[in-house]
Each structure stands twice: as C-alpha cells, then as structure tokens.
Design a protein around this ligand. Structure first.
Ligand code: ADP
Length: 305
C-alpha cells in the first residue's frame, strides 16, 4: 500500500538529524504508530521520482534487525520517509553510562546480522554505521536504520561538513581527500562497527573532539594513529573482536561471517541477556541526566539574570 500525508496524524518530534526532523505520526487507516523523517532536498521533480523508485527496494528489507520501511512520498522538495517507530529511540542516547559487556554482545550480534542481511540479500552497504543509526525498543528490539539505498538521495543531500564525529574508516578519509569516493566496501562498515562498539562501551565518541585542535587533527589521528581499543575491564574475546574490526588495512578486517563465528558472539548466543531491563535503566538514567541539566541551566539563568 502507499502512504500519503493526509493519512497521518502528526505527533511529537522525536529528534533532529543532519538533514531534517523525525516526528512520531499515527497512520490513521491502520492505527500504526510510525516515525516520519523529513529530508529537505534541492532538486527537480524528475530526480524526486528516481529517489522514490530507489527507495522502493526498502520494501524488501524485512529482517528482525532492520527497521521496517512503510513507504515514502514527497511534498514540494521534501522527501517524507515513514518507518517503524522504535519507542526507546537511538543508542547514542542510551549509552551514556557505558554499555556492559553482555548487552554490548547482544547489540553487536544484531548489528552484524543486520549488516550481513543487507549485504547478502539486497547487495546494500550500510555506509553510515554509528550508534545514532541503531534504534531500540522497550521490549528489547535492536534494529538498524538509515542505510544508503538511494545513490540519488545521497547526491541530493545538502552536503554539510564532516562534523566532529567521523565514523569513516581510514581508507575512506584518505579517499575523500583524494576525491576518490568509489573506494567504499563492506569492510569500511566493519570499521564503523568496531568504533561504535567502543563508543557504546565508554559512553562517548572514541576520538573526543576536545583532544584535538581541529577536525583535521582528529582525522589525522584516525588515519595515522593506532586504532582505539575496548577498555581493559572488557574480556579478551570482546577486545579481540573489536581489534578484528579496527584493522587499519581494510583487507585485514574480519568479514561478517567471521565475526558471527567469533567467540564473543558465540558466547552471546549461549547466554540470556535482558535487553528490556537494560533499556529501562538506560532510559531512567537519560531522563535523570536531562532533568539535572535542565535544573543546572535554570540555576545559571537565575544567577546571570
Ligand atoms: P541522523 O541524521 O543524526 O542520523 P536522524 O535524522 O536519523 O538522525 O534521527 C534523529 C533522531 O530521531 C534520532 O537520534 C532518534 O532519536 C530519532 N529517531 C529516528 N528514527 C526513529 C524511529 N524510527 N523511531 C524512533 N525514533 C527515531
């Protein structure tokens, strides 16, 4: 079936991304809660149709580890993209206290299976693996979103600067600087996976911007420095797993099949992990932090008034 704006009842804003806003909506005909992403583009209608056609492949992206796609439409020069609503939001907002090893194992397993599915079944490379693009539900679901299905859409996005958090593999950073964008392979996603795991473990981006004088220095560290590691209190298996992802040489990184067969993920499949319970605690922690920040800001405003 196809979705259009008149069927949708707009609800809360869920977040703002680099290219637009994500809102919760209710699809009235089916009574299904959805997340609607608005992507602002600058281009003509013929290209918009090409984008919608390319997005159509998403109807085939049905797997337990992939956020379900319901449909897309455009109004003027905005694409509206409707997907499954994930009621605990993205991982970047849940990881602040650091993700314990058993939960990290469960999340990593889901990410690897999702990425392998995209590659094997749909010949899609994700291209934007990072905690923001892993969505979680209170029931314990863990799913990937925001993968690069539409070359046309990618080209039409208003190119903003790289920003201060790059999950790009060293070979991509080098390639971009040589204007050689054709070098993207699956192994670049494996690098981003390893980096995301460290971020989840320590609760912050592994190359903290405050350590570097500028973005250039930070990118230099990614390209020329030693890859980061999981902290020492994580098991040898988990640390080895991350090291297998974060090889500077792309050809030496593990494949998805090798990662699934790694002791770290084999152990995960043997134990029971209560993700729903962890999500509940992480949401509480997040809300407490937000309340504290609000209070601190109010105090500051009163002092400076
Ligand atoms: P980015 O451009 O940084 O990847 P997005 O525009 O994809 O961010 O999303 C912005 C925020 O909206 C996310 O951080 C997340 O919290 C929220 N969000 C995105 N998609 C969904 C969804 N399907 N369900 C619930 N929340 C979502």
């Amino acid at each position: 079936f196809s979705i259009n704006m008149s069927q949708l009842q707009l609800e809360d804003e869920l977040g703002k991304g680099a290219y637009g806003t994500v809102r919760k909506v209710l699809h009235k005909p089916t009574n299904v809660a959805m997340a609607m992403k608005e992507i602002r583009l600058e281009l003509d209608d013929s290209k918009l149709n090409a984008i919608l056609m390319e997005l159509d492949i998403l109807h085939r992206a049905v797997a337990p580890e992939i956020v379900e796609f319901y449909g897309a439409f455009f109004i003027e020069s905005c694409v509206y993209y409707c997907m499954e609503y994930m009621d605990a939001g993205s991982l970047d907002k849940l990881q602040a206290a650091g993700v314990p090893e058993d939960v990290l194992g469960r999340i990593t397993g889901a990410m690897v299976r999702g990425l392998k599915f995209l590659k094997d079944e749909l010949q899609i490379i994700h291209r934007d693996v990072k905690p923001t693009n892993v969505l979680v539900s209170r029931r314990g679901g863990i799913k990937l979103c925001d993968f690069g299905v539409s070359g046309q859409l990618e080209k039409s996005l208003a190119k903003t600067n790289i920003g201060c958090q790059s999950y790009m593999a060293p070979e991509r950073i080098k390639g971009e600087s040589q204007n050689n964008i054709g070098t993207y392979t699956v192994s670049s996603d494996v690098w981003s996976l390893g980096l995301s795991m460290i971020e989840m473990a320590i609760g912050r981006y592994p190359y903290p911007p405050e350590t570097y004088a500028n973005v250039f220095a930070q990118l230099t560290a990614i390209v020329h420095g030693d890859p980061p590691e999981l902290p020492e209190h994580y098991s040898d298996d988990s640390r080895d797993f991350v090291a297998r992802c974060l090889h500077k040489v792309p050809e030496l990184r593990a494949t998805y099949a090798e990662l699934l067969d790694h002791p770290f993920l084999r152990a995960d499949r043997k134990r029971s992990v209560d993700i729903a319970k962890w999500v509940e605690e992480a949401l509480e922690h997040r809300d407490r932090k937000m309340a504290e920040e609000r209070q601190a800001k109010m105090l500051q405003d009163t002092v400076s008034a």
